[in-house]
Design a protein around this ligand. Structure first.
Ligand SMILES: [Zn+2]
Length: 93
């Protein structure tokens, strides 16, 4: 069972959540200035990286709020959870 920590409600089962894809994708300020390749890159292409990925999640069967999480795509383990508009806490090394 995968447990997810909603920043508003606390830890819940993954069945209460909906995955929203990669986080921190910024909409271009002037979409009309982009060519088709740049627009397609914004709409469709994501990092799909191996390792730590910042993701959006929705607590769809709970408070219905969006939040972000850092998850390792290899182990599926979550590293941190944080509210939209915030940034993940960096590890102190
Ligand atoms: Zn919640």
């Amino acid at each position: 069972m995968l447990l997810i920590e909603c920043p508003y409600c606390g830890t819940r089962d993954e069945s209460e959540f909906t995955y929203g894809g990669e986080a921190h994708i910024v909409r271009p300020l002037d979409p009309d200035a982009l060519n088709d390749v740049e627009w397609a890159d914004y709409l469709f292409f994501r990092k799909n990286s191996k390792g730590i990925l910042q993701e959006q999640w929705n607590h769809s069967a709970g408070c219905r709020r969006w939040f972000c999480a850092e998850r390792d795509t290899v182990t599926y383990k979550f590293k941190s959870f944080y509210k939209v508009g915030e940034r993940p806490v960096e590890d102190e090394a």
